[in-house]
Design a binder for this molecule. Structure first.
Ligand code: ACM
Ligand code: ZN
Length: 505
């Protein structure tokens, strides 16, 4: 017994680390199939776990008491009970064989836990590469196990429009297919001279309304809120392939962009029909996604076309705007107000902050020049802030581990596991700013990510580090060496679950 106990104590390597944990002599042990671990959820576990309501436990928090006689879970909400099950799933081991049967064992002990941040997000770009709903479900399952609770779904880009809009079928007809793509393993940046194209049509790839409903139900069962992102007024070339009439030039080719630069063709902000069109797209997005938030992008909108466009210049004049930046601020304000009237909160990348949008707008900060300046300024101005520090939470960056097939891909530096673990959304925040920080998101941009193997390799184990900084960061002193110790065990769980997890170093 002592040997088994010692082994169990070693395998209780929880990620993210809970706020408090104390393990004791003894185990709760039941006959179980090996698959019981994967099926470990609140519904199927009711026979082993006694769930109780305790209003004193913070939102999403829980208390677990495991004794040899049974398991008690207390929480003040369903999410807390769910996260308790995710913790038990990591704490459990299944030992045995087919002949003698299997036993699921959980060491006796107590865990008391609650998250540090309420917005613990993961963003997936499906514009550059499309992964499909089985991959999305695989990722949702995994992020839920790491107690993340927001899936930010980047569905539209210069290179692909991935959401069927009933009213405008041409969006996916033209916008979801491109005649060629950057070949697997090529960086795709022409200016670096190493862009290799294939000649395969890519697509049509998009989600239907039924797909969206399926993903939403899957996410809801795992306490994940889904935030769709419909980019505007830039990063919109795939939309303009379907509707060139809404560009400033009006005569664009009907194909999305095929490699990874920021397109100069953007939405014509001077064209009332283009504005009305985007409103109608948002109407349908709001019907499909009943959640509270809609992301409207706003990053990296070149102003060249607006400077040359008579309609855009006429709008600037009519509204008495100073320049093209002010025109983007007007576009942002128009759509954040439009969404607010529909009862939705708009989120925008930090570029939208420059235009002073309505105070209900959530600012997602990705630039980190001058420290977390945009995040700090936005939070001090009273905007709710989500931090996505591009050096520490962009897992599209190479991680620099052994055998990293992506080491050569980025001129922008790396994000090692230790760098990811060093992320702190409160870094540089003043007392005035701190209460406005909702949390953070890690981001998976998919230019150099072609399939689930590439995706998993880039995401894991860095998402584990991110999840830990989101869950318990301010409460426990950070100890990277201890995180790595737990990760050597946890990584084996990920690999057993079929995840192409990168090495730890
Ligand atoms: C971004 O990385 N362009 C938000
Ligand atoms: Zn224009």
């Amino acid at each position: 017994m002592t040997g088994v106990l010692a082994m169990l104590a070693t395998v209780v390597a929880l990620v993210p680390e809970p706020c408090e944990q104390a393990w004791r002599e003894g185990v709760y042990s039941v006959d179980a199939e090996p698959g019981a671990l994967r099926a470990c959820n609140v519904a199927v576990s009711a026979e082993h776990v006694k769930f109780v309501h305790d209003a004193a436990i913070p939102p999403e928090g829980y208390r677990i008491d495991v004794s040899a006689d049974g398991i008690a879970v207390a929480s003040s909400d369903d999410a807390g009970a769910f996260y308790a099950m995710m913790t038990l799933k990591q704490a459990a081991t299944v030992i045995g064989d087919r002949k003698n049967g299997f036993r699921l064992s959980i060491p006796c002990g107590t865990v008391i836990d609650a998250p540090a941040f309420r917005w613990r997000g993961f963003m997936l770009d499906e514009g550059r590469h499309f992964f499909g709903k089985e991959v999305v479900k695989h990722l949702l399952e995994l992020i839920a196990e790491h107690k993340l609770n927001v899936f930010h779904w980047h569905l539209t880009e210069d290179q692909g429009w991935r959401l069927a809009i009933d009213r405008f079928p041409e969006l996916v007809k033209y916008g979801s297919v491109r005649p060629r793509s950057v070949a697997h393993g090529s960086r795709g940046l022409a200016e670096f001279g190493d862009c290799v194209f294939n000649t395969e049509p890519y697509g049509p790839y998009f989600y239907t309304a039924d797909d969206v409903r399926e993903i939403l139900a899957f996410a809801k069962a795992r306490h994940i809120a889904v935030v769709p992102e419909i980019e505007m007024p830039g990063h919109i070339r795939a939309l303009l392939a379907a509707h060139p009439e809404f560009s400033c030039k009006g005569d664009l080719s009907r194909v999305p962009h095929t490699y990874w630069t920021i397109e100069e063709d953007v939405l014509c902000a001077g064209n009332d029909d283009a504005i009305r069109f985007m409103e109608q797209v948002l109407d349908e997005v709001c019907e499909l996604f009943p959640g509270a938030y809609v992301h409207i992008g706003g990053d990296e909108c070149p102003k060249k076309r607006w400077r040359e466009c008579p309609k855009c210049q006429a709008r600037i004049k009519a509204l008495g705007l100073k320049d093209e930046d002010a025109l983007q601020a007007w576009v942002t304000r128009h759509f954040t107000d439009y969404l607010a009237k529909k009862g939705r909160r708009a989120i925008g990348w930090d570029e939208v902050f420059a235009g002073s949008p309505g105070k209900e707008t959530i600012i997602q900060c990705w630039h980190i020049q001058h420290g977390n300046k945009f995040g700090l300024l936005a939070a001090e101005a009273g905007y709710p802030v989500i931090v996505s520090d591009m050096k520490r939470t962009y897992f599209s960056l190479p991680q620099g581990v052994q055998d990293d097939p992506f080491t050569y891909l980025s001129p922008d530096g790396r994000c090692s596991l230790e760098t990811a673990y060093s992320f702190d959304p409160m870094s540089g925040m003043t007392d005035a700013a701190a209460p406005h920080v909702l949390g953070a998101e890690c981001c998976m941009w998919s230019e150099c990510t072609w399939n689930i193997y590439d995706l998993d390799f880039k995401l894991w184990p860095r998402v584990c580090a991110f999840a830990e900084t989101m869950w318990a960061a301010p409460k426990v002193p950070r100890d990277f060496a201890d995180f790595v110790r737990r990760m050597t065990i946890h990584r084996r769980r990920l690999i057993a679950a079929g995840v192409n997890c990168a090495p730890l170093e």
